[in-house]
Design a protein around this ligand. Structure first.
Ligand code: GLN
Length: 484
């Protein structure tokens, strides 16, 4: 059962081949047996999941089911779940049990889906390797010494290892696409404003966006059908009809114009990766698309601009963790100042502290113009690059990451080496565009991610092209070496 996609499981449940309780129990058993080494879950909701499954079975027999009723899945531990710990990978929130659901959480509940648990992640979604989680690193199912990517490494590893058919995730600079690429699964970061951020713990609010990780584009489309909704509790959520993303998967892509940015095929990209991505592009060309070279001249400035803007926003967002209202509080504070200082010193890890310091510095009166304002100006240039590219092409394709999965501790003492992991993903967030990563090849026995970037609200096209590609290739069906 664990090798089936969400679409297949949904049909199996409807046909009565198995019950949701059986399905849920099957995945819970797999998690219990295998997650001791992978560590992709922070919390497993065994009792809750089984009672949700029982309720789903009743709905199915009453003829009252949606495609998601009774389907097990997992939430990244950044989405608030009423009554279930939501830690965001941090000691700061180790004791936090939200009294409410995120909009994404309640959307899945309304469909009768079954939440198996909450997946591991880099602390407050800051990182590209999942090494910064308070709950320990996640290992990549493709190799026990390899990182799964981050920050949604728990979601990507759990889907790759078939511990859950699908999982929610978030992407601020690449955190859905990069771990999807490194674990050989399919991940989609929607247009900024497509999925509500209400109840999704904030990192950098102008960049954060929730989206799906699944094995296939079809499953990602099914997930986005649930995740996307207008929500007046998120003022940046766009009021716009949610199409049925599954209804356009089988459209022909003949005549579609696809651009390859020359900046994405530079010496920053591993040569073997380059070859694999080119092969994948040829497959898409065979499906009738027209391929042409384009230019996104400010690509190189995306990482430096992001590492001003994201820390600036995080320094403001994380000021709410003060030891007073919720989260970690130090023992026996001397006075208010001591309470703030020690609660934050004890609650946050190194990377989070580094970002808060950089962000507070960039926003300070003397440096605001030199750093923050400048970074915002660069952000506009990056957005303009895409606007002019989309005058000529319908879709942009390139690699998701510069190299396949790397080893633990391999980025050394220099934190900026890790930051370059997102060189191909960050510009999409700065522009607010949708981006997707699908398995597109293998290098040295490890998955290679193919990235697709679309125009605003063009998720249907990304899913359509990905689905057509997955119909003629087999990369998404490869099973990780360590998956039993
Ligand atoms: N790796 C990037 C960072 O560390 C992106 C993280 C994300 O998308 N949440 O900020």
């Amino acid at each position: 059962m664990h090798n089936k996609t969400v679409a297949e499981l949904s049909k199996g449940l409807a046909a009565g081949e198995y019950s949701s309780v059986e399905l849920t129990q099957h995945f819970l058993t797999r998690i219990a047996e295998q997650d001791t080494t992978i560590n992709s879950f922070i919390t497993v909701c065994e009792n809750e999941a089984l009672s949700e499954a029982k309720a789903a079975d009743e709905k199915i027999s009453a003829g009252d089911a949606t495609p998601w009723t009774g389907i097990p899945f997992a939430h990244k531990d950044i989405f608030c779940t009423q009554g279930v710990k939501t830690s965001c990978g941090s000691k700061m929130l180790d004791n936090f049990i939200p009294p409410y659901d995120a909009t994404v959480t309640s959307n899945f509940k309304q469909q009768g889906a079954v939440c198996l648990g909450k997946t591991n992640m880099d602390e407050f979604a800051m990182g590209s390797s999942n090494e910064s989680s308070y709950y320990g690193k996640v290992t990549n199912p493709w190799g026990e010494n390899l990182v799964p990517g981050g920050s949604s490494g728990g979601s990507a590893a759990a889907v790759a290892a078939r511990l859950t058919p699908a999982a929610t995730a978030t992407d601020t600079g690449g955190s859905i696409r990069q771990p999807s690429a490194l674990c050989g699964v399919t991940g989609l970061k929607p247009t900024y404003g497509r999925v509500s951020r209400y109840g999704m713990i904030a990192f950098a609010s102008s960049l954060d966006q929730g989206g799906p990780i699944a094995r296939t584009a079809e499953d990602a489309a099914m997930m986005l059908n649930v995740m996307a909704s207008y929500d007046k509790r998120d003022s940046t959520c766009i009021e716009r009809e949610v199409p049925d993303y599954t209804s356009t998967l089988n459209n022909s892509i003949e005549g579609m114009n696809i651009g390859l940015p020359k900046e994405f095929f530079s010496d920053k990209l591993d040569a073997k990766m380059q070859q694999q991505v080119q092969n994948a592009v040829k497959e898409i060309e065979k499906l009738g698309a027209n391929i042409k070279e384009i230019s996104l001249p400010h690509t190189e400035l995306s990482v430096p601009a992001y590492y001003i803007i994201a820390p600036a926003e995080c320094s403001a967002n994380l000021s709410r963790f003060d030891g007073v209202r919720y989260g970690h509080r130090c023992d026996n504070p001397k006075d208010l100042e001591d309470l703030y200082m020690r609660s934050r010193t004890e609650g946050f890890g190194d990377e989070v502290k580094r970002r808060i310091l950089v962000g507070a510095y960039a926003l300070s009166a003397g440096f605001y113009d030199a750093y923050y304002r400048k970074a915002q100006q660069v952000r506009r240039l990056i957005k303009n690059d895409f606007t002019s590219a989309f005058k000529d092409v319908d879709l942009i394709i390139g690699p998701t990451t510069p190299s396949p999965a790397f080893g633990f501790n391999s980025k050394g003492a220099d934190p900026t080496a890790m930051y370059l992991e997102d060189i191909f993903t960050i510009s999409t967030n700065l522009a607010g565009l949708p981006g997707m990563s699908i398995p597109g090849g293998m290098v040295n026995g490890l998955p290679v991610g193919l990235q697709l970037i679309g125009n605003y609200f063009d998720e249907s096209r990304l899913l359509n092209v990905s689905h057509q590609f997955q119909k003629v290739t087999d990369w998404h069906n490869k099973t990780p070496t360590n998956c039993r």
